[in-house]
Design a binder for this molecule. Structure first.
Ligand code: AP5
Length: 232
């Protein structure tokens, strides 16, 4: 059988959602999957951080909430997402990382997809215990320029503090401080974890063991996505 990596890439024509606790590897894997299928990687966390960085009214509102590990209100996130997925680069599908995060957001997304003529989403559920997450988040470093994700324990850059890809400065996210990680995990359990049952009932959910290495998880995800496309 031809290895998954060597098969010709076909259009995905679908929204893929990464669902999992903070630090479970959603961003790392969502970027790789989007790249493979040539579709946009849409991270609501990145979009919000961009607003915070630019000091827009939305950013000023979101900043204190993000710094305390709380979710930004649904109405704000939904407006931002609706505007983004209307753009032509999303016509053949996209990969969501960190959205939806509440049942209200999920219902609204279902409606948006129906209106755009896209099929219902495929949800990749990243399963991992909380003990590993603290190390992943406190060790994470992100390129200020391109957003590439590193880890001082598991995935070090060639030169400390510098991105391998574009030489950008690597930063430690303010919400990756130990005292903010607890509230973020709490917000996940309370507001986002119910989405697992929501999507499982709809039959759109695939469980992935996110404790494995980055490469093993990547292969499992490719396998799952190939399965929904009938490529196996
Ligand atoms: P967001 O940016 O979405 O953060 P998050 O969901 O908390 O997820 P993270 O980015 O922390 O982790 P990840 O799962 O992407 O892991 P990563 O791949 O980086 O949201 C931030 C904030 O914005 C929220 O708290 C909220 O305030 C707001 N927000 C965002 N979306 C919202 C929404 N829809 N509604 C309301 N508010 C919203 O990996 C983590 C580390 O582990 C990295 O260092 C990586 O190198 C390493 N790693 C990854 N995979 C592996 C592996 N398999 N083995 C070993 N190390 C690994």
């Amino acid at each position: 059988m031809v290895p998954l990596d060597e098969r010709p890439v076909v259009k995905l024509d679908r929204a893929v959602i990464f669902l999992g606790p903070p630090g479970s590897g959603k961003g790392t894997q969502a970027k790789a999957l989007a790249e493979k299928y040539g579709i946009p990687h849409l991270s609501t966390g990145d979009m919000l951080r961009e607003h915070v960085g630019k000091g827009t009214p939305l950013g000023l509102m979101a900043k204190p909430l993000m710094e305390h590990g709380e979710l930004v209100p649904d109405s704000v996130v939904l407006r931002m997402v609706a505007e983004r997925i209307e753009r032509p680069d999303c016509f053949h599908g996209f990969v969501f990382d960190g959205f939806p995060r509440t049942v209200t957001q999920a219902k609204y997304l279902g409606e948006l997809l129906r209106r755009s003529g896209l099929r219902q989403p495929f949800v990749i559920h990243m399963i991992i215990g909380t003990s590993v997450l603290m190390k992943r988040m406190t060790g994470r470093r992100t390129c200020k320029v391109c957003g590439e994700i590193y880890n001082i324990y598991e995935r070090r850059p060639k030169v400390e503090g510098i991105c391998d890809i574009d030489g950008g400065e690597l930063i430690h996210r303010p919400d990756d401080r130990e005292e903010v990680v607890g509230p973020r995990l709490h917000a996940y359990e309370k507001q986002t974890a119910p989405l697992v049952t929501y999507y499982r009932r709809l039959g759109f959910l695939c469980d992935i063991d996110a404790r494995k290495s980055v490469e093993e998880v990547r292969q499992d995800i490719l396998q799952a996505v190939a399965g929904i496309r009938g490529e196996r």
